[in-house]
Design a protein around this ligand. Structure first.
Ligand code: HEM
Length: 419
């Protein structure tokens, strides 16, 4: 396996794809490979100093304070919100004209944004603030590739002033709306301190720094909430859209999934404890994340000189780890381009998964929302497949592009037929 490298203006960018080297970066020498500074620069107007971009002691404090919000028990509390948003999705789909195809990417973005909104705030995405935040996020995302690409090549001056200004304004609008929801809850936090939190904001309001006993300031809360909204819906929407696309092309797997969910829940509402029994549904999701990992690559910096294979890495160099490449490498996976959810039940697939599967990254900075994402994905996929049969839209081939996540540039058109 080659370790590619690209010379930049004063540094080198390395592609790190071999499992032992990936382990070195993400786990065994994690302190030497902090999150890339460009990520922080690109996202700071929107997310401030959030857990996604910080490093060292600042990140450790934030992670320790946020972990309890994503513990299994809290995710079970979130299930009720997920169910409400999934019911609202079914009601929207019920309005569709099923004689024509529909862009499921749009619907998956809507339902996952609704879920993250309800789980953070106990408020639906259709409320006034939420709808405005959603619109400003879409604008911010559309502008982001044109802002970040020049930074990668050290060509900051190539970003036109008006573009930066428009993007910063969208970020400010999002932050103002989020703060309008956070501020009254922040003011009330002592009054409700003895009540069990019913949403993520409630649990973040109570979170304490183990060392000092301090709680998040309102500005820190705003940063974390903005980040959770972004990281928590954009990724899941991407994965779910690709899952529906893959299922539309695999009628036999759809039928097996339909049987699985019907045998476990009949026509009744799915319960949180039933989701774990949906083995095939989980494997469909895992296999989708293998073929189309929403975070297709992630970037790290180099703090101190280190060696990897025959290369010397110097401070200031950059590394890119690309799950999108690793998950499809012939030397690491059998039939890598084939959609085969059952591979995770077989010895070869299990071995590959242990060595070369990182849709949620790995090591201490592994995605905090992985269990949350699995739960919402299983619920949404099982709910759709139980009620509808999916088929591809004629003459439509989705075009994968690496934006904030791996999306289809021309939408994800599918036909749905009621069962
Ligand atoms: C299919 C869905 C998801 C995928 C594929 C995914 C993937 C990832 C990946 C690859 C990272 C590490 C990025 C890096 O190291 O540069 C990450 C970090 C993170 N994710 Fe997710 N994510 C998903 C859903 C979620 C959800 C639902 C939430 C929250 C509700 C979330 C919150 C976070 C946070 C807070 C981090 C930063 C963790 C840290 O640095 O300590 N993610 N995610």
């Amino acid at each position: 396996m080659q370790m590619g490298q690209v010379s930049l203006v004063n540094s080198t960018l390395f592609m790190v794809n071999e499992p032992t080297c990936v382990h070195q970066v993400l786990s065994s020498k994690v302190d030497n490979y902090p999150k890339h500074h460009l990520l922080g620069e690109a996202l700071r107007p929107l997310l401030g100093e959030s857990i996604f971009t910080t490093n060292g002691a600042q990140w450790q404090r934030q992670r320790q304070m946020m972990n309890p919000s994503f513990a299994q028990a809290r995710i079970q509390v979130a299930f009720g919100h997920m169910q409400e948003a999934t019911d609202a999705m079914l009601q929207r789909i019920a309005q569709w004209d099923l004689n024509t195809s529909h862009d499921v990417q749009e619907e998956m973005t809507h339902v996952t944004a609704d879920i993250i909104f309800r789980t953070i705030f106990s408020t639906s995405i259709d409320s006034e603030h939420a709808a405005e935040i959603f619109a400003a996020f879409s604008e911010y995302q559309a502008l982001s590739p044109r802002l970040t690409l020049p930074l990668v090549y050290g060509l900051k001056w190539l970003v036109p002033f008006w573009l930066r200004q428009r993007s910063d304004k969208a970020a400010q609008r999002i932050r103002q709306h989020l703060m309008a929801i956070i501020a009254p809850r922040f003011a009330q936090r002592d009054a409700v301190a003895d009540q069990a939190p019913s949403d993520i904001l409630g649990s973040l309001l109570q979170a304490k720094d183990e060392a000092t006993g301090e709680r998040f300031s309102s500005e820190e809360l705003l940063n974390q909430v903005a980040m959770l909204f972004l990281a928590g819906h954009e990724t899941s929407a991407s994965a779910l859209s690709w899952a529906l696309h893959l299922l539309a092309h695999s009628p036999a797997i759809q039928e097996r999934m339909h049987q699985e969910v019907s045998s476990i829940a009949g026509n009744a509402a799915l319960q949180a404890d039933q989701l774990k029994s949906l083995a095939l549904t989980w494997n469909v999701f895992r296999e989708t994340l293998r073929l189309f990992p929403p975070v297709g690559f992630f970037a790290r910096g180099v703090a101190a000189q280190d060696h990897m294979r025959d290369k010397t890495l110097k401070p200031g160099d950059s590394l890119v780890i690309a799950p999108w490449l690793i998950h499809r490498h012939r030397g690491l996976w059998e039939r890598p381009d084939e959609f085969d959810p059952d591979r995770f039940t077989q010895a070869a697939g299990k071995a590959s998964a242990r060595e070369a599967y990182l849709p949620f990254s790995a090591g201490p900075r592994v995605c905090i929302g992985a269990a949350f994402a699995h739960q919402e994905a299983a619920l949404i996929l099982a709910t759709i497949v139980r009620r509808y049969r999916l088929t591809p839209a004629p003459h439509h081939t989705p075009q994968p592009v690496g934006r904030l996540t791996i999306r289809s540039a021309n939408g994800m058109l599918l036909h749905l037929t009621e069962r």
